[in-house]
Design a binder for this molecule. Structure first.
Ligand code: NAP
Length: 526
């Protein structure tokens, strides 16, 4: 497919703006052709107007029709073949195996939402039948279900150019809910974004979805994204990216005359607790696997383990030495953009100049300006408790080991944690018994608790929670990965005393969609 560098506005390719930007190959620092045209305010408006008009038709599509549409998007992405992977490698520096895997995950995610729609029960149909003879007052017939919110603005992150980008989890879940979507393409991978956006555009036409069901506008300036958030016809935002970006968009949405929900999934430093018996019995394995998790994707994962807590002991000292050896032996990895590499450098500089923080180990260096070197730093719980900035995400292959003098200090450290996407605990059965209070506390700090594993892999499934209390996200009640992500883009509506003919199929007597419904307090399919 020849790239055009244009914005995708419904069925049109449009280039009315005057500013042009290029993708940059992180391994050579060279610009990659073609140039991409930043969307003008009129183009953003047109994309949102089309999304709003399309919503009135798209929201009425059946679950089967929307499922077929999501499957068509998946097929169109697969049919882009190797050209998509090659372009993405050039733009992101990510290796082929990783990108092929991520494309598979993205396609499977679309198909999983299709399955959810075909099954249909996600609409949470509730029926309380009328009780005309109830005393002292009769009860009306009351039924409720979820309906889509309206046009959604989606912002993807740089580090998952497929799975958290144009056709990623936010777009898939918003389209599944029945919302139309306007994506703000990430400027770090505009060619990849155009290829995927045009695949979605083809699926829209193939499945006879209304024009405007999907659009994508580009631009390296925050103006394009802000114009989406400020547009009065946009009804919700899905964002994946940095804390700074997510919070800025959240604040912007709150300032609107009609505030809208912003589901911002932001950074996290994903604390890991290694308990005493696990330290004694498995120090070699944990040190090796933890270093691998820190280095995965050159540390550019939102689930990267950036904090490791342990109680001081001889075993803990031996564990830190082993972890340091593993970090020292780590090769430098290519980072996604020169800007991300520079932020990482500054983050390490800040940490290493913080009082009571020592650099325990540094991995191999590379002269290329876009490579990131691995780091292991160390501090005490007392210093951690006195400096909130030590909890902030340093986006790259680094981790801060934090030593507690005793179990109580470990608990104090856990108490002081802000919200994170994940928390991990390594412990034997006895460890876990002895640290029950810690486990109970940690469930208040993160969206996912992993035992004896590593936080970096995030399964796309029905039970996954990829979210967590602020500042990991702006809404701790939600997830951006897994089928529950659909709930972010829907709201409940109650139909009281409706004649059966006017009720949506999901709520009709006889259950024509054959879905699970809560009828007079009992889940049933009858
Ligand atoms: P980013 O710099 O925040 O960018 C994300 C998107 O938001 C870009 O399109 C960016 O556009 C836009 N944006 C950022 N600030 C904005 C503002 N003030 N106003 C309007 N638009 C704004 O994030 P990134 O560097 O791509 O991604 C890395 C970060 O994402 C890391 O912190 C990582 O932990 C996090 N992440 C989180 C998850 C998760 O699921 N929680 C997953 C992956 C990554 P411009 O570039 O044009 O400004």
């Amino acid at each position: 497919m020849e790239l055009t560098g244009k914005n995708i506005i419904g069925h049109e390719l449009s280039a009315e703006g005057t500013d042009t930007f290029y993708a940059v190959n992180p391994s050579t620092s060279e610009e990659i052709k073609p140039g991409f045209r930043q969307a003008s305010p009129a183009e953003v408006d047109s994309a949102v107007q089309k999304a709003s008009a399309a919503f009135q038709e798209y929201r009425k599509k059946s679950g089967q029709e929307k499922a077929a549409f999501l499957e068509a998007i998946a097929d169109e992405i697969v049919s882009l073949g190797d050209a998509l992977i090659q372009r993405c490698m050039e733009e992101t520096g990510l290796p082929e195996g990783r990108l092929t895997g991520e494309r598979g995950r993205t396609v499977n995610q679309l198909k999983l939402f299709a399955q959810l729609l075909r099954e249909g029960s996600w609409v949470d149909a509730r029926i309380d039948t009328a009780q005309p003879d109830r005393t002292p007052l009769p009860r009306a017939d009351i039924r409720s279900m979820l309906i889509p919110l309206g046009p959604v603005g989606v912002f993807g992150a740089s580090n998952f150019p497929f799975a958290f980008s144009v056709a990623g989890g936010d777009t898939a879940s918003a389209l599944a809910a029945g919302c139309t979507v306007v994506v703000k393409g990430h400027p770090a991978h505009p060619g990849t974004s155009e290829m995927v956006a045009r695949a979605i555009q083809r699926a829209v036409e193939q499945c006879h979805m209304p024009e405007g069901t999907f659009s994508m506008v580009n631009g390296p300036s925050v103006d394009v994204g802000l114009a989406i958030v400020r547009h009065p016809l946009i009804k919700a935002i899905g964002f994946t990216g940095s804390f700074k970006g997510g919070k800025a968009l959240y604040d912007e949405a709150a300032k609107r005359s009609e505030p809208i929900p912003v589901y911002a999934e932001m950074g996290s430093s994903n604390p890991v607790f290694v308990l005493p018996r696990a330290l004694k019995q498995q120090k070699e394995t944990i040190a090796k696997d933890l270093a691998a998790s820190v280095n995965l994707g050159t540390g550019q994962f939102c689930t990267n383990p950036g904090l490791v807590f342990m109680q001081s002991s001889e075993d803990a000292d031996a564990f830190k030495s082993l972890l340091a050896q593993n970090i020292q032996n780590s090769g430098a990895g290519l980072m996604l953009t020169p800007g991300i590499r520079e932020n990482y450098r500054q983050g390490i500089e800040r940490l290493s100049h913080t009082r009571d923080v020592d650099v325990l180990a540094k991995g191999k260096e590379e002269t290329n300006a876009c490579y990131g070197t691995s780091y292991l730093l160390h501090t005490s719980v007392q210093s951690f408790l006195h400096d909130d900035t030590l909890q902030e995400e340093v986006f790259g292959p680094a981790t801060l080991a934090v030593s507690a003098k005793h179990q109580d200090e470990l608990l104090q450290a856990a108490h002081s944690l802000h919200g994170h996407l994940t928390v991990t605990v390594h412990g034997t059965e006895e460890d876990l018994q002895e640290h029950r209070e810690l486990l109970t506390l940690l469930e208040q700090k993160a969206g996912r608790i992993t035992l004896n594993g590593y936080p970096t892999g995030v399964e796309v499934c029905h039970a996954m929670v990829h979210g967590g209390p602020y500042p990991a996200t702006t809404d701790s009640r939600t997830t951006s990965v897994g089928t529950a992500a659909i709930n972010r883009f829907a709201r409940p509506v109650c139909y009281q005393s409706f004649p059966f003919a006017l009720l949506p199929d999901a709520l009709k007597d006889g259950n024509p969609l054959n879905i699970w419904r809560l009828v007079n307090g009992n889940y049933q399919k009858e």
